[in-house]
Design a binder for this molecule. Structure first.
Ligand code: SAH
Length: 224
């Protein structure tokens, strides 16, 4: 994916602007109200983040396989989490745990000045990095690492952290990399169900809130 023509990016048939607009209407009906999030998702070519054989399904509101037993998240969930990232105001930096195909990363890159993203599967990391460069999202830095350890060798803290795989324990290292007043959005698996949660740092105290039931692939350890 080194060069992309406007025809590729704009799409035709099942990837056309009309098909995308229908997805955006559906997101609005489901309660997504942030106009910036809706604008960015309308303009982001989701069909270029999945295998060509699946591109005709790219604007359905559903998760799709991306290989290595991983998925591209459902558009509604991407919109919901991105809305939470932008509250109470646009942060200056976000760390994403779980780049996957890079779709959520691309959405964030159009709304937040600096985006960092880590992925534990080397092949997905490389593919997403190339794709994000080809699409000219230059404010993104990607690393191949286990996100449980946060961003490697850091002397900086993030305003937001977004975890796109479900954990059953909050990685402490990630909480340490949060700025004061910063927050982390994450799917939490209590063994029975997964809930979308937010933990907000108030100096050395942490406040948690829970939102809605979700389905994510698990947060795993190590790299491959
Ligand atoms: N953000 C993606 C979602 C990808 S699915 C999107 O836009 O659709 C979740 C991803 O998290 C998978 O690619 C998986 O390999 C990755 N992942 C799981 N555990 C991880 C860990 N400890 N560190 C980094 N990435 C991890």
């Amino acid at each position: 994916m080194s060069s992309l023509s406007p025809r590729h990016i704009n799409g035709i048939g099942m990837t056309s602007q009309r098909t995308r607009d229908r997805l955006i209407e559906r997101l609005q009906q489901q309660g997504i109200s942030n106009t910036e999030v809706l604008r960015v998702m309308r303009n982001t070519p989701r069909h270029l983040f999945v295998d060509e054989a699946l591109s005709h399904r790219a604007y359905e509101d559903t998760a799709l396989p991306i290989g290595f037993r991983q998925t591209i998240s459902q558009p509604y969930i991407v919109a919901r989490m991105t809305q939470l990232i932008l509250q109470p105001q646009t942060p200056s930096s976000v760390l994403e745990i779980g780049t996957g195909c890079g779709y959520q990363t691309a959405v964030l890159a159009q709304l937040v000045p600096q985006v960092y993203s880590v992925e534990r599967i080397g092949a997905l990391h490389l593919q997403a990095k190339k794709r994000l460069q080809a699409l000219k999202y230059y404010n993104v830095e990607c690393r191949h690492t286990d996100g449980k350890g946060g961003w490697p060798n850091l002397n900086y803290r993030f305003d937001r952290i977004l975890m796109t795989a479900a954990c059953s324990e909050l990685p402490l290292k990630l909480l340490e990399q949060l700025n004061h007043q910063g927050s982390m959005i994450y799917p939490f698996d209590d063994g029975r169900q997964q809930m979308l949660m937010r933990v907000t740092r108030q100096h050395d105290d942490f406040k948690t809130e829970s939102f809605e039931a979700v389905t994510f692939v698990p947060l795993l350890s190590g790299v491959s």
